[in-house]
Design a protein around this ligand. Structure first.
Ligand SMILES: Nc1ncnc2c1ncn2[C@@H]1O[C@H](COP(=O)(O)OP(=O)(O)O)[C@@H](O)[C@H]1O
Ligand SMILES: [Mg+2]
Length: 486
């Protein structure tokens, strides 16, 4: 989209150091990039943050107008722009220290200036290509080292395009051979194996269909529901009675913990290599209502096959350069939490000892696993990873539709945010509070973003920018279920 240098208006009124007002002679959109030529520094990049049509028609006169009456109205289009800056001789982005002159010409910004000031460059080795700068043909690439070292959040309301964008991000990580573990509560990401159907609309983005079947491992605690997955099991020997109660779905710790502990100790005393089946038999021999419940719930645990003598080997689970899907579809919420807690703890411990490669842990529905209020079994380890993971090369990507409900420690530790449409005022407030450099105009724009446009902050960029998410190379697995046929 090459554009001629176009004058769009003039600066007027009081001019600040960070922002100015302009009267517009051409209609431009909020978020568009502009240029003002500074006497000392040359072309400076600016961005339209707000627009208003001003008129001399007041309420009284408008009310007195007849339905078909034409009346001469004096009106003008006013804009408020923020100054993004210019690159100095050292390559740093600076803002002029003297305000622009009132009356100065404002032009539509040319792409080379936009690319230079925003820092939009192609990085073959370290760039995750997530889309194009809105209304331009400039690639937005996120710095992969920053993503993994400084954590990411993906925020949007339901249906806002989080899973689609996350799919784009995972495709990029796989292309760059970054090891990922993806907590997939809905079993949506198996479709990363399958190339997207060609739809002809990919040209502008230059995305080729491609599947990643060879780089995807899938594990699930429930392989009967998720037959494409290998069983994910945990070592019974390292499961203490309290953990086992969670697997059993028993919350009444007071009643059940002591008798269960007794059973486990008795069984272990006679057979150190005991199985869940041995526990079932021991519970069966007991008498009374408590023993009966324990027996019944242990039978359930045996059926889930979650606990084995060995458990899934970590070296099978995490393979360098591959993505491991932890498919939790159909798994009860408390068991999901336990699986995440055990898994995240193991990953963190082994990452500290460098026994597994640096990796990126993706957490869908993060507000359930690290809630701001109440607690989940896995909250604590996730908070630890959010605050200390970077030191050990364990990156976290938290995905949520409820920014207000996710733990604030986790949210504030995410230095790259990918924000799609959010309308809930509480979630918007949580976002505005956790992100630096967000203008009121941007916060307003988040409420009306079309599907497929994301506000990107961090990721190697010094200023927030709007990005049209690129099409998927693989099939998107999170299509909404149609209840009634069209
Ligand atoms: N960038 C995009 N381009 C095209 N379609 C998209 C894009 N993002 C989302 N969609 C569509 O919007 C719908 C909702 O997206 P999804 O990622 O599943 O939402 P969320 O995970 O936020 O609930 C999907 O049907 C998907 O096909
Ligand atoms: Mg989703």
């Amino acid at each position: 989209m090459k554009r001629l240098v176009e004058e769009v208006g003039r600066i007027f009124g009081d001019v600040g150091l960070g922002q100015f007002q302009l009267s517009l002679t051409l209609p431009i959109e909020r978020g568009d990039y502009l240029t003002v030529v500074d006497e000392i520094h040359g072309k400076v990049l600016c961005q339209l943050d707000d627009l208003k049509r001003k008129s001399d028609l007041d309420l009284e006169h408008a009310g007195a107008l007849m339905p078909s009456e034409e009346t001469p109205i004096r009106e003008s289009l006013l804009g408020a722009a923020r100054i993004v800056g210019y690159r100095d001789a050292q390559g740093l982005v600076k803002i002029p220290s003297i305000p622009f002159r009132p009356g100065a010409h404002v032009f539509r910004a040319e792409e080379p200036l936009i690319a230079d000031v925003l820092g939009l460059k192609h990085h073959a080795n370290s760039g995750a290509y997530v889309g194009l700068l809105r209304n331009h043909n400039l690639r937005v690439e996120l710095d992969i080292n920053q993503l993994v070292q400084r954590h990411v959040s993906v925020l949007a309301k339901t249906g806002g395009g989080k899973s689609y964008l996350l799919g784009v991000l995972i495709e990029e990580l796989l292309r760059h051979k970054v090891t990922c573990v993806i907590i997939d509560p809905h079993g949506e990401y198996g479709s990363l194996r399958i190339p997207a159907e060609k739809n002809g609309g990919h040209d502008r983005f230059g995305v080729e269909s491609q599947g990643f079947a060879r780089q995807i491992q899938e594990y699930s605690p429930d392989v009967s529901l998720n037959p494409s997955a290998k069983p994910l099991t945990f070592n019974l020997r390292t499961t203490d009675p309290r953990d086992l109660l969670v697997f059993m779905g028993l919350t009444n710790v007071k009643t059940f913990l002591a008798p269960l502990k007794q059973i486990m100790e008795n069984v272990a005393a006679s057979n150190p290599d005991y199985t869940v089946h041995d526990l079932v038999r021991a519970a069966e021999a007991g008498e009374g209502a408590v023993a009966e419940t324990l027996h019944e719930r242990l039978e359930y645990v045996e059926q889930t096959k979650l606990l084995g003598p060995q458990g899934t080997s970590l070296n099978d689970l995490v393979k360098k350069g591959d993505a491991t899907l932890i498919n939790l579809r159909g798994v009860a919420p408390d068991v999901q939490e336990l699986v995440v807690a055990r898994l995240a703890t193991t990953l963190f411990e082994n990452r500290k000892k460098d026994k597994i490669p640096p990796l990126f842990l993706v957490l869908e529905e993060a507000h359930n696993f690290a809630p701001q209020q109440g607690s989940a079994t896995c909250s604590r380890i996730l908070k630890n990873i959010a605050s200390e993971g970077r030191k050990f090369g364990l990156g976290l990507c938290a995905v949520t539709q409820r920014a207000a409900r996710i733990d604030k420690t986790v949210l504030s530790q995410c230095n790259t945010q990918l924000i799609l449409q959010v309308t809930n005022p509480l979630d918007l407030r949580a976002i505005a509070q956790s992100i630096e450099g967000l203008t009121p105009g941007m916060t307003e724009m988040i409420q009306s973003l079309p599907v497929g446009v994301a506000l990107v902050t961090g990721g190697g960029y010094h200023t927030p920018l709007f990005c049209e998410v690129r099409p998927r190379a693989t099939r998107h697995g999170g299509e909404s279920v149609q209840i009634v046929a069209n």
